[in-house]
Design a protein around this ligand. Structure first.
Ligand SMILES: [Mg+2]
Length: 420
């Protein structure tokens, strides 16, 4: 068995650099929604000691002193580049599991490759040449070791590819890594292992897997076996979502029903289009809202309202109209809202869902209209066509002061090349 883990280096920062090469070798940060926290760091920012997830206001000084360049998150760009990277990976390695926005596990053992490491080297080159995104590749006989190999590829290689298979190299690597840094272990379990005198990944590997299962759980048993080179975790097929949730915190509080319902309509539209991608229709719909729980001196309010639809539907218009009705039930005047959101759940398959005898609804027409809406937005940009109740100006919209252009998904935001 042979697995690879391909991971994009500092993915969001790398996306920004693709269209802005002046950022190369400079310290760069990408910030979360509303520019609150650090969610991606270039190597240069990492070596300045900026931790992941730190609130921006705590590092104002360092940012100024080192002239760190900050970006608001541009998920339209990152999502599109992620799709392109994954496409290339699946082209080269058809047996792949897209694990996250910037990571994919693959199996290489049934591909009859003469030299897997060279093949991955070539793939890495292709991704860089086609998309400008640097990736690192870890190769190993199990997923847990492939994850470790990827870490070693990033830290200790020039080539960006590390094949972890020689027993003595595995031993040396495991002795240098903390047990809590192994994929699937985590901080909490790591602390517990420490009390049992298990500190390094090598200590963990030397534990009796059956004892580990007795004292902890089957996942830990599997991790130990995987560390020993015995593959127990295979590629996973993506499971359809059990629920879809869309919500955001407002930067400034929102008090008016109109603003709140515009925001909710927008989230409902996003949730519906996600449900249509998966060909699922929710039969239960929940709307929730709350004030800012961190402002303890202000009156707190938090409420949710739920509804079972007579007929499951992923028609944006139907869901917006039901959601607005639910919002009316829980909305209180004079309250300062920080967040509103929607949850779609209890899905049925889009094809062959049960209608209602007393509720006439032209499902075929609805699906056709929704497909047209999705097609237009896929072609002309996400909000080219939207339901009027989503609002046009969107004063409640999250603030992203330093967002870069949507270079690959919006015609108006393509890179300009000036000629004289
Ligand atoms: Mg990454």
């Amino acid at each position: 068995v042979l697995f690879s883990l391909i991971d994009c280096n500092n993915f969001y920062v790398s996306c920004e650099r693709v269209f802005n090469p002046a950022l190369e070798k400079k310290p760069v940060l990408v910030l979360s929604n509303n520019d609150g926290c650090v969610i991606a760091r270039s190597n240069e920012s990492k070596s300045l000691g900026i931790p992941m997830g730190v609130p921006v206001h705590q590092i104002k000084d360092i940012i100024e002193r080192h002239q760190i360049i900050c970006f608001s998150s541009n998920f339209a760009l990152y999502g599109d580049l992620s799709n392109r990277v994954m496409h290339t990976i699946v082209d080269w390695l058809p047996d792949s599991e897209i694990y996250s926005v910037d990571e994919a596990f693959s199996r290489l053992d049934n591909m009859a490759l003469k030299c897997p490491a060279q093949y991955c080297q070539d793939l890495r080159q292709a991704i860089y040449q086609h998309l400008g995104i640097p990736v690192s590749v870890g190769l190993a006989p199990t997923k847990v070791l492939a994850k470790l190999a990827n870490y070693l590829a990033k830290k200790h290689t020039e080539t960006g590819v590390f094949y972890l298979h020689k027993p003595e190299v595995i031993e040396r690597a495991l002795k240098h890594v903390a047990a809590s840094d192994i994929w699937g272990v985590g901080k909490k379990l790591g602390e517990r292992l420490k009390t049992l005198h298990i500190h390094s990944a090598w200590d963990l590997r030397c534990c009796d897997p059956h004892e580990a299962r007795k004292h902890c759980n089957i996942s830990l048993q599997k991790i130990i076996l995987e560390l020993r080179g015995e593959s127990c975790l295979d590629l996973e097929k993506p499971a359809p979502p059990k629920s879809i949730r869309c919500s955001r915190s407002f930067r400034e509080v929102v008090t008016s029903f109109t603003d709140l319902s515009e925001a909710l309509s927008t989230y409902a539209a996003n949730a519906c289009s996600k449900a249509r991608v998966h060909k699922l229709k929710p039969s239960v719909l929940t709307v929730f809202l709350n004030t800012n729980p961190f402002q303890k001196n202000k009156p707190q309010y938090s409420e949710a309202s739920k509804l079972k639809l007579l007929v499951p539907s992923n028609d944006t218009r139907e869901i917006i109209s039901q959601a607005t009705g639910l919002l009316r039930e829980v909305f209180k005047k004079g309250v300062e809202y920080k967040k509103v959101g929607i949850l779609l759940s209890h899905f049925e398959a889009q094809e062959g869902s049960q209608g209602d005898l007393f509720h006439f609804f032209d499902d075929e027409k609805s699906q056709l209209q929704m497909r047209t809406l999705d097609d237009i937005n896929a072609r002309f940009g996400k909000d080219a066509l939207f339901i009027a109740s989503q609002g046009g100006k969107k004063p409640w919209k999250i603030q992203r002061k330093q967002v870069s252009s949507r270079y690959t998904t919006h015609w108006d935001e393509l890179v300009r090349v000036y000629c004289r």
